[in-house]
Design a protein around this ligand. Structure first.
Ligand code: HOZ
Length: 429
């Protein structure tokens, strides 16, 4: 098994640092050789050796319709022959902006960029420019891409490596980043009491997806909204992961809480590179060329990415889409929990829409500290047991999982049966 992956990884190590183009792909937190993939279709992946897997990573979120959905592929092919990039405005960008304004409650105006990192970095700059303040608040275990000021106690790959900050970030760049505990209301209140007039913005994953899958209290989110309003701080929901994943209107639609700015990525590109940030019209008016906050990009609003994204948004807006996706994800989580219990495992799972978390802990964690207290060694054994049985899970205990519309009841039943076998083998030690 993994013979070709081993060969490709060895060769990659010579020319790519760590053999990968994004650290979490390196399998460092689970050990072993990263699997190199050759193709993907629907709910399945095939590796370089031709082995087939049921996929629960979904390209870390974008593949909500399943891989290589025929209508998305056709939209990309049709657009590609008309030119890959112009570096000038197109009608399709207008259609995408109109769609995002319709679907995302907080967005009155939006700008398209090429990645989630660009979206969050630009939203922070906008918040600082609009308020004239320097300090920003983020939360331990939340990951907002790899812009310098945000790479402090971050989740995802940074957390996986146990090295929450990064070398190369000068202390003065991160000095105005205040890191608070996720879902900790007292800490939030006392910070605003002391520093409220200096805080430009609060950026939060409104459901955390980069320290596994953590749903905050609704009361905490309401308090966050009102503290930001009271102190004139911009509230930014980073919905790069959750946007169009947990529902058609994001976590903000789910909680009924409207931030001032929202960042998006992943699903809106339908598998192609794309990000976006948008929000209140008066805030967005600070962006160049209208205002003094500069941001730009040669490939921003790239026509092929926009075509993939528009088709994806059209298909997921069909009636019943999210109800069916949620039912499939719930079926997976309940099934996994049931077979884990049968085999005497300490295990729990949680989900919303097509996004889920599974934990080797008695109940789903509600904070960073609880995530860290879960049994990560058992996760590693489970991960490898499932991989050997043809199920591809995120290679880190700190990542959320994703179900697509292409996952059938048979795929879910098959996954649960393979999990049952894996749990049994773990119980035997
Ligand atoms: N930051 C992504 C996980 N939340 C990983 C991206 C990748 O490795 O492709």
């Amino acid at each position: 098994m993994f013979e070709q992956s081993k060969v490709l990884f060895e060769k990659s190590l010579r020319v790519i640092p760590g053999g990968v183009n994004s650290p979490v792909r390196a399998f460092r937190s689970v050990g072993g050789t990263p699997v190199f993939f050759r193709k993907a279709n629907g709910a399945y992946l095939w590796d370089a050796d031709g082995t087939k897997y049921i996929d629960y990573v979904g390209s870390w979120g974008p593949a909500i319709l399943g891989h290589a959905h025929p209508e998305v592929v056709a939209a990309v092919q049709a657009k590609a022959v008309d030119g890959l990039s112009f570096g000038a405005p197109t009608e399709a960008e207008l259609l995408m902006a109109e769609r995002l304004c319709e679907l995302v409650p907080s967005i009155e105006q939006v700008r398209l960029v090429s990645s989630g990192t660009e979206a969050t970095m630009s939203a922070i700059r906008l918040a600082r420019g609009a308020t004239g303040r320097k300090k920003i608040i983020k939360f331990e275990g939340c990951y907002h891409g790899h812009a310098d000021a945000l790479l402090v106690k971050a989740g995802s790959g940074a957390l996986t490596f146990g090295n929450p900050s990064s070398a190369g970030v000068p202390p003065e760049v991160a000095a105005d980043t205040i890191v608070l505990g996720y879902n900790n209301l007292l800490e939030l209140e006392s910070t605003f009491t002391g520093l409220g007039s200096e805080i430009a913005c609060v950026i939060i994953e409104p459901i955390a997806g980069n320290m596994n899958f953590i749903v905050p209290d609704a009361a905490y989110m309401r308090a966050l909204r009102s503290l930001c309003s009271k102190h004139g701080a911009v509230l930014i929901f980073d919905e790069v992961m959750t946007g169009f994943r947990v529902g058609l209107h994001g976590v903000q639609g789910h909680f009924g809480i409207t931030p001032d700015l929202t960042t998006l990525g992943k699903v809106i590109g339908g598998g192609m590179p794309m990000g976006a940030f948008g929000g209140r019209r008066d805030l967005m008016a600070n962006m160049a060329p209208l205002g003094g906050v500069y941001q730009a990009g040669t490939l921003s609003g790239n026509p092929v990415s926009v075509a993939a994204g528009l088709k994806t948004l059209e298909l997921i807006a069909r009636p019943g889409f999210f109800e069916e996706l949620s039912a499939t994800t719930t079926q997976l989580c309940e099934g996994l929990t049931a077979v884990a219990r049968e085999e005497g495992q300490t295990f729990s799972a949680a989900s919303l829409g097509g996004m889920f978390g599974m934990f080797f802990s008695p109940s789903p964690p509600t904070s960073y500290a609880e995530v860290m207290a879960s049994d990560r060694e058992q996760f590693i054994r489970f991960f490898h047991g499932m991989l050997a049985r043809g199920v591809y899970l995120a290679p880190s205990a700190f990542e959320a999982g994703f179900v697509s519309k292409a996952h059938t009841a048979t795929d879910i039943a098959e996954t649960i049966a393979r999990a049952s076998e894996t749990f049994r083998s773990l119980a035997k030690g």
